[in-house]
Design a protein around this ligand. Structure first.
Ligand code: NAD
Length: 488
């Protein structure tokens, strides 16, 4: 497949940049390639977005959302085709790809409520004869830079809200998974969105940086690893942009002795090994309190061994590959370091093959026990199907471990005790909390609320936060002297 850019309403092949291949991580097959945009081509895209903004921002919000209603229908109609593309370029199973698309479509639906969401507020006679009104207006041109692990959902955390709020939007998807974005933009094109309102720019970090530094790009949304999130946040601030950066994670789950063993094991395994652990909300650490340690070591080891690993398009496969061979090697090394730091390898998922897929980058589920909360493996984001068990004596100890962590994307508790659950949600320093939930991903009506090193900025993706991020407030203070009215 020749992977093209979508600029000013037409599909564009760049003749100048480096050619970047895209491979299927399960089969090793070459799926397609694209040529990165040059800086001049990025400038051209931004210029067309700036021009398009003049008209787009004057299209009434009730008309703007009609394009999103059409997009929602097209996404539903093409769900299976989109899901196959996600599986082929990203590696997750078809069921996981469908789940991701459902979450993306939810955001399109939520943004369709923009006529309500964008409302301001007002006071009559705030002081005698003076009325004040707050209006929300679009910013201008907004850009999003997105990661490989959710090629459809994460672009849809931003695109529908930016457009419905009246902005023009530029997407730079991950260079590792550009094909899903192409499919989404083919559907957007079918909605007859005016040229320049939404554009797709492929490339690596040079293209992202050209957007961040461009004087006519008003807002940057970033999702990716923490080092890149910090770099983007600093740079965007330096260039005076509105910016939101969602970074990496290391998510702990606390299991109390009264948790239901069968249900809890199944939920934790889905969270740790689903999407091959490549979710920013994947469970990476289980802090097992008291007797739960022994119980869950055994049940988790059993479920790790029995997970069916393979190509996500094959029936009955429960877990696909990690994104690249490089990623697989990195994960192997982190596990090795964990063992050197004193952890016990209960289930070793390294160096295992999937029959018929010799070129796939597979890592099987891996379980480490007796991991120290101070070891590197307890703070390094692994982004693979590796679960660490940390024993603790009390819930206080478990909460202390969580609150000393650098990241704060998600923390979950499994218990049947309401008082412990309430205490956990009040005291734990993480932005997304799950109680008897393994992947506490907020639905689109709520912000995706990472804390600490997992998020830089103040307004998150999704829901009302997205509306605030993509609009600026204008306050009008008004006085009309009664005597001017005397002539009528
Ligand atoms: P990555 O940081 O390598 O790349 C993400 C995007 O940023 C890509 O489009 C890439 O081209 C671009 N990029 C990379 N370095 C850049 C730089 N210095 N300046 C500007 N742009 C740059 O991340 P990835 O490997 O694609 O994705 C996995 C990471 O994303 C994990 O750390 C995961 O936790 C994180 N993630 C976080 C969330 C969240 O909501 N917090 C959600 C999904 C993924």
């Amino acid at each position: 497949m020749d992977i093209l850019h979508y600029i000013n309403g037409t599909w564009h092949r760049s003749e100048q940049g480096d050619v970047r291949p895209v491979h299927n991580p399960a089969t090793g097959e070459l799926l397609g390639s694209f040529t990165s945009l040059s800086i001049e081509e990025v400038d051209h895209a931004v210029a067309t977005a700036t021009t398009a903004f003049r008209d787009w921002s004057n299209v009434p919000v009730t008309e703007r959302i009609q394009y999103l209603f059409r997009l929602k229908t097209l996404l539903e109609e093409n769900l299976q085709d989109l899901a196959r593309t996600i599986t082929m370029e990203c590696g997750k199973t078809l069921a996981e790809a469908v789940g991701e698309l459902r979450r993306g479509i939810e955001n399109v639906e939520t943004a369709c409520a923009m006529p309500l969401l964008i409302q301001g507020y007002n006071n009559e006679d705030l002081t005698r004869g003076i009325d004040e009104h707050l209006f929300r207006q679009p910013l201008g041109v907004a850009a999003a830079i997105t990661p490989f692990n959710f090629p459809a959902m994460i672009p849809l955390w931003f695109l529908p809200y930016a457009l419905a709020a009246g902005n023009c939007f530029l997407l730079k998807p991950s260079e590792q998974v550009p094909m899903t974005a192409v499919k989404i933009f083919e559907l957007l094109e079918q909605t007859k969105l005016p040229p320049g309102v939404a554009q797709l720019l492929h490339g690596e970090k040079e293209v992202a940086q050209a957007l961040i530094q461009h004087p006519d790009v008003d807002a940057i949304s970033f999702v990716g690893s923490s080092p890149a999130a910090h770099a983007v946040y600093r740079e965007a601030a330096h260039y005076g942009k509105r910016v939101q950066c969602q970074g990496g994670a290391k998510n702990p789950v606390v299991v109390l002795p009264d948790a239901d063993p069968t249900l809890t094991t199944s939920i934790i395994a889905d969270s740790a090994f689903g999407c091959a652990g490549q979710r920013c909300l994947a469970t990476s650490i289980v802090i097992a309190v008291g007797q739960a340690h022994q119980t869950f070591r055994e049940t988790l080891a059993e479920t790790a061994r029995s997970r069916r690993v393979g190509y996500g398009l094959d029936a009955e496969v429960e877990m696909g590959p990690v994104i690249t061979h490089h990623s697989r090697e990195r994960i192997h090394q982190i596990v090795e370091k964990g063992v050197h730091s004193g952890a016990t390898l209960c289930v070793d998922g390294r160096d295992k093959n999937v029959s018929g897929y010799a070129y796939g980058s597979f890592v099987f589920p891996t379980l480490l026990d007796d991991v120290s909360p101070h070891a590197d493996i307890s703070s390094t984001e692994i982004f693979g199907p590796v679960l660490s068990l940390i024993p603790a004596q009390t819930i206080d100890e478990a909460i202390d471990v969580i609150n000393s962590m650098v990241h704060g994307n998600m923390a979950c508790l499994f218990t049947s005790d309401g008082a412990s659950a309430r205490r956990f949600r009040r005291e734990v320093k993480a932005g997304n909390i799950g109680i008897n939930i393994g992947v506490a991903a907020p639905m689109s009506y709520y912000p995706f609320s990472g804390w600490k090193s997992s998020f830089l900025g103040d307004l998150h993706a999704q829901g009302r936060h997205a509306v605030e991020f993509y609009t600026q407030t204008k306050v009008v203070v008004e006085r009309w002297y009664p005597e001017w009215n005397r002539k009528f």
